[in-house]
Design a protein. Structure first.
Length: 82
């Protein structure tokens, strides 16, 4: 059986987000003047075989997120096992 893990990676609040600013600029020029801010992140889905218990899967996904999917100096991540 295979489980799905979802990892959402976002920039830390204190880190500038030039991509978010570019999206905000396009939204404003398109008439969406009520939008006050945009932060852009990453959404990643992993398919994992369930030969391990949920705690071991969560620990493995956390390790993958810290070492491969994010830059811990400037990004946060959130994990959800489905």
């Amino acid at each position: 059986m295979i489980k799905k893990a979802v990892v959402k990676v976002t920039l830390k609040e204190e880190v500038l987000d030039p991509q978010g600013k570019a999206v905000l600029s396009v939204l404003k020029s398109s008439g969406y003047n009520n939008v006050r801010g945009v932060r852009v992140g990453k959404y990643i889905e992993l398919e994992i075989e369930t030969g391990k218990n949920t705690v071991l899967i969560e620990n493995e996904v956390k390790e993958i997120s810290e070492k491969v999917l994010s830059n811990p100096l400037i990004e946060n991540f959130d994990i959800e096992i489905l």
